[in-house]
Design a protein around this ligand. Structure first.
Ligand SMILES: Nc1ncnc2c1ncn2[C@@H]1O[C@H](COP(=O)(O)OP(=O)(O)OP(=O)(O)O)[C@@H](O)[C@H]1O
Length: 258
C-alpha cells in the first residue's frame, strides 16, 4: 500500500471521532471514502495530512511514518489535498495561486530569495513552468492572468486541483470536489480524475457525497460510519452491502441513491 493507516484513533475532549481505523490506498488507485454526515471523513484527511494528531495508531506513506509530521512536510513527501470549501487567494491571479502551492518544493532557500540570486531566479522560472503546465492540464491555461475570484466556481475548484498537482504528489486527496458543480461540470471532473491517474500515475482518494459520481469513478470504496470503517470493496460490493444501507438510513434521499 502507498498509504496505510493502522488502528488510528482520534478524539476531541473525550469524544471519539476515529476509532481504530485501519485503512489503505494502493499506488495508482482511484478510491473513495464515503459515509454519512459526521462519520469522520474530513477528520481522516486531517489526520493523514498532519492537521490533526491522532492519540493512537500508525500512518505510513511510501515507507515513511506520517504521525507527528507537520502539513508542509506531508506535502513534501507527496500527499496533496483540496478542501471542502474553495480556498484560493482571492486577490491573486490564477497562475499565482498555483505557484503558491509549490513552496514545499522550493530548493533555493530563503536567503537566495531575499538576495535574488541566480539560483532563485531559475527556481522561479521552474515553478512558473510547472504551474502553467498544471493549469494547462486542468484546461485553464487561458485564464492564468485572471483574478481567481473572478472565475466561475467550477473553474475555481479546478485551480485548486492544479495547485495540488503542482506539488508533484503521489497521492491526491479531494474533499467533496463535486460539491456545487452542475451536471456537465461533474462529468468533466470525472474525466479529470481519470486523467490524473492515467496520465500522471497519481493515486486519488476522494470524499464525495454524490453517489453516482462515486460509483462511476471509483475502483475501490471505503465506508466510514461513526468513526469506524464498516466495510470496503468494489463499488458493486459496497452498493449491495446491507451495512452501508443501514449506515445511510436517516440521511436524505440523495445520499441513499446507491
Ligand atoms: N477540531 C475539532 N474539534 C472538535 N470536534 C471535531 C473537530 N473536527 C471534527 N470534529 C468532530 O468530528 C466528527 C466528524 O467530523 P468530520 O467533519 O470529520 O465528518 P465528515 O464525515 O467529514 O462529515 P461531512 O460529510 O458532514 O463533511 C464530528 O462530530 C465533528 O464535530
Amino acid at each position: 500500500m502507498l498509504l496505510q493507516l493502522n488502528q488510528v484513533s482520534l478524539s476531541f475532549a473525550g469524544n471519539s471521532v476515529l476509532d481504530e481505523v485501519a485503512f489503505g490506498v494502493a499506488a495508482g488507485r482511484i478510491q473513495s471514502l464515503i459515509g454519512p454526515n459526521g462519520a469522520g471523513k474530513t477528520s481522516l484527511f486531517n489526520v493523514i495530512t498532519g492537521f490533526y494528531r491522532p492519540q493512537r495508531g500508525e500512518i505510513t506513506f511510501d515507507g515513511e511514518r506520517l504521525v507527528k509530521r507537520k502539513p508542509h512536510s506531508v506535502t513534501r513527501l507527496g500527499i496533496a489535498r483540496t478542501f471542502q470549501n474553495v480556498r484560493l487567494f482571492r486577490e491573486m491571479s490564477v497562475l499565482e495561486n498555483v505557484m503558491a502551492g509549490q513552496h514545499c518544493r522550493s530548493r533555493a532557500g530563503a536567503l537566495a530569495a531575499v538576495l535574488r540570486l541566480p539560483s532563485q531566479r531559475a527556481e522561479e522560472r521552474r515553478i512558473r513552468e510547472t504551474s502553467l503546465e498544471c493549469l494547462d492540464f486542468v484546461g485553464l491555461a487561458d485564464s492564468q492572468e485572471r483574478l481567481a475570484t473572478n472565475l466561475a466556481y467550477g473553474h475555481q475548484r479546478r485551480v485548486e486541483i492544479a495547485r495540488a498537482l503542482a506539488t508533484e504528489p503521489k497521492l491526491l486527496l479531494l474533499d467533496e470536489p463535486a460539491a456545487g458543480l452542475n451536471g456537465s461540470e461533474k462529468e468533466a471532473l470525472v474525466e479529470l480524475i481519470r486523467r490524473i491517474r492515467d496520465e500522471r500515475g497519481i493515486a486519488v482518494l476522494l470524499i464525495e457525497h454524490d453517489m453516482s459520481l462515486v460509483m462511476s469513478v471509483s475502483e475501490h470504496i471505503s465506508v466510514l460510519d461513526h468513526g469506524s470503517l464498516i466495510t470496503e470493496g468494489t463499488p458493486q460490493a459496497v452498493a449491495n452491502d446491507p451495512r452501508v444501507i443501514e449506515a445511510y438510513l436517516g440521511q436524505d434521499d440523495e445520499e441513499l441513491a446507491l
